[in-house]
Design a protein. Structure first.
Length: 212
C-alpha cells in the first residue's frame, strides 16, 4: 500500500469496523492517508484521494528541493477534509529547510498536529492585527499571521507557524527551523501542483526523517 491510514490529530494507529475508523485517543475519526515512501505513483494515488482540495507547493521549486511527505484526510468514497504536502531542500543561511503546507476544514486538527500547537484551529491567533506576511496563492494574495508555538516548558525554536484562510479553509504553513520563516518571502507563489499537467511528471521526490 502506498498510503497508510492513521489519526490526523496524533500518531496513534487507527482501526476500522464497518467503515468506521477509530483512534484509541480521539475516538471516531476521518483517517489520515499518509505516504509510506514518497514517489510519483504514491503521489498520483494521493492526488486522486485529495481532489478537489488544492496541493500547494512553491512553484517552481528551488534548486535541489524535493517533495518529502504528503497525505489527506477523508473516508473512503467521501469528500476529503484536509490535505498536506511537505518539501525540503538546502538553503544558504539556514541549512536544510522543510516547509509543510496544510489546507483543511475547521475542526480537523491536522494543521495543529503538524504545527505542534495545542488548539485545533488557528482562529484565536489570526486576524487581530495587520498580517505580517501576504503570500501569493494561485491567483490570490492571502494574509497569514504568526501562530504561537510555545507552551508550558516548551521554548524550542524548531519551527515557525503561520496561518490564514484561503478558499474557505484554514491554511497552515509550518517552517523548520524557525529561523527559515523569512525564506517565505523568497520562495515565490504557492501553486496547486495538481493543475500542472505534464510538468508534474518532473516533480522531484526525496525521503527525510519525519518531524511529526
Amino acid at each position: 500500500m502506498r498510503l497508510e491510514a492513521g489519526c490526523p490529530r496524533c500518531s496513534s494507529s487507527v482501526t476500522t469496523v464497518d467503515e468506521t475508523w477509530t483512534c484509541p485517543v480521539h475516538g471516531d475519526t476521518d483517517p489520515l492517508w499518509r505516504v509510506v515512501e514518497p514517489g510519483y505513483d504514491a503521489f498520483a494515488e494521493y492526488l486522486v484521494r485529495s481532489r478537489p482540495l488544492p496541493t500547494w507547493l512553491p512553484w517552481p521549486m528551488p534548486p535541489d528541493w524535493a517533495v518529502t511527505d504528503f497525505g489527506c484526510v477523508g473516508r473512503e468514497g467521501g469528500d476529503p477534509r484536509a490535505a498536506f504536502v511537505s518539501c525540503s531542500g538546502p538553503t544558504e543561511l539556514d541549512g536544510v529547510v522543510e516547509l509543510t503546507v496544510v489546507t483543511e476544514e475547521p475542526g480537523v486538527g491536522l494543521g495543529a498536529r503538524v504545527a505542534a500547537v495545542t488548539h485545533t484551529d488557528p482562529g484565536r491567533d489570526i486576524g487581530g492585527a495587520a498580517a505580517p506576511i501576504r503570500l501569493r496563492v494561485d491567483a490570490a494574495t492571502v494574509p497569514v499571521w504568526s501562530v504561537d508555538t510555545t507552551s508550558e516548558g516548551d521554548q524550542v525554536l524548531d519551527r515557525a507557524v503561520l496561518a490564514g484562510e484561503s478558499m474557505g479553509r484554514w491554511l497552515w504553513l509550518v517552517v523548520r527551523p524557525a529561523s527559515a520563516a523569512l525564506l517565505l518571502h523568497d520562495l515565490g507563489s504557492l501553486q496547486d501542483v495538481a493543475e500542472l499537467g505534464p510538468e508534474l511528471v518532473a516533480l522531484p521526490f526525496g525521503s527525510v526523517p519525519r518531524a511529526w
